[in-house]
Write a protein that binds this ligand. Structure first.
Ligand code: SAM
Ligand code: SF4
Length: 335
């Protein structure tokens, strides 16, 4: 067996998040500007290259793959890629194949995803109000996403809702969204808005609703118990005693949990980012294209990259500025 990927801080890297496209059918206000310029198609890894890249990571001990974007389900023929990855689930090398989606295409693809071996899906949804949904996503329609969620549950996919906590936007919906998730037996995680990319006229600090405040808001409505559960990621969980629900908090701003980080991120152009909140990256596409018949140079480039995984990110709003801001959008690195 080959040596696993271990970074300089003794963290085993077993989780790869892969952005398969920077394109999207929505334009969420915290994620993109209205007039986004997308990468030329030839810059993107082809589906065959994505397969080769992910398979190499699996060979190096990656056990969990999360497919994201942009909107992963708007990439043409993306099901071919999912179907290809199912061979690693069948061999047992890959423990989990999953995705993060805005839900718009799930009505069409849920069954195919299930058939390819996907069992869990994260769906991003920040509001249950039709008008507010159209405002925050600019191009999205709530009814279409709700149909997608129905289809996902009908196909047997376990659904987790991810909501970005947005000041003055969904604060008042916390009990409604929580109750709705409880009724549908869906987990719920809140995410703090991160300073990723230029978003036009929107201001990050105006959007930022600290999850310490979200927690306080829960404490006003429910009895909450901290859970020790860790997923190797930045989420921390509480249980609501009244409903038995588990609620997650992803708090890169108010707390960071980088010490247990087990993940790296591959962009749709084949750049490997060792941290969402740092600029260090390695161009793996060059290795892949320069060596079409041998995996050794690609494997070595991955190992070298992991040796440079930074300790953590530097996001910080405490000085009333969006410090640690990244120039690239979340849709490029993959949220
Ligand atoms: N399009 C898919 C979706 O929306 O789920 C996948 C990609 S999206 C970039 C992944 C996640 O990142 C979504 O839950 C989205 O809400 C979140 N996100 C995007 N920009 C963000 C930001 N600046 N801060 C925090 N979360 C962000
Ligand atoms: Fe698209 Fe997801 Fe970004 Fe919204 S958060 S614009 S759905 S990539």
């Amino acid at each position: 067996m080959r040596a696993p990927l271990i970074d300089p801080f003794a963290r085993a890297i077993t989780y790869l998040r892969v952005s398969v496209t920077d394109r999207c059918d929505f334009r969420c206000v915290y994620c993109m500007s209205e007039n986004m310029t997308f990468l030329p198609k030839k810059e993107l890894l082809t589906l065959e290259e994505l397969d080769r890249m992910c398979s190499t990571f699996v060979g190096l001990g990656v056990e969990k793959l999360r497919i994201t974007g942009g909107e992963p389900l708007v990439r043409r023929d993306i099901m071919t890629f999912f179907q290809g990855m199912s061979r690693h689930l069948e061999s047992g090398a890959l423990k989990e194949l999953t995705l993060t989606t805005n839900g718009s295409q799930l009505e069409r693809f849920s069954q195919d995803l299930y058939d390819a071996g996907v069992r869990r899906v994260n769906i991003s949804l920040d509001t249950l109000d039709e008008k507010k949904f159209a405002d925050v996503t600019r191009w999205g329609r709530l009814a279409q996403v709700l149909r997608g969620i129905d289809a996902a549950q009908k196909a047997g996919l376990r659904v987790k809702i991810n909501a970005v906590a947005l000041k003055g936007f969904n604060e008042d919906e916390l009990p409604t969204i929580t109750q709705w998730c409880a009724e549908r037996d869906m987990d719920l995680t809140w995410i703090e808005v991160m300073p990723m990319g230029d978003i036009g006229n929107e201001d990050r600090l105006d959007q930022y609703w600290s999850l310490s405040d979200v927690r306080k808001s829960y404490a006003e409505h429910y009895t909450i118990t901290d859970l020790a559960e860790r997923s190797g990621g930045p989420a921390r969980y509480v249980r609501l005693e009244e409903t038995g629900q588990k609620i997650g908090f992803i708090t890169p701003l108010s707390h960071n949990f980088c010490e247990s980080c087990n993940r790296v991120r591959l962009t749709c152009t084949g750049e490997l980012y060792m941290c969402l909140g740092q600029e260090d990256m390695v161009d793996l596409r060059a290795q892949l294209r320069d060596h079409p018949t041998t995996e050794e140079p690609l494997e070595q480039a991955i190992r070298d990259a992991i040796e440079h995984k930074p300790k953590g990110h530097d996001f910080d709003y405490s000085r009333q500025r969006a410090d640690g801001q990244m120039t690239r959008h979340m849709s490029h690195t993959g949220g």
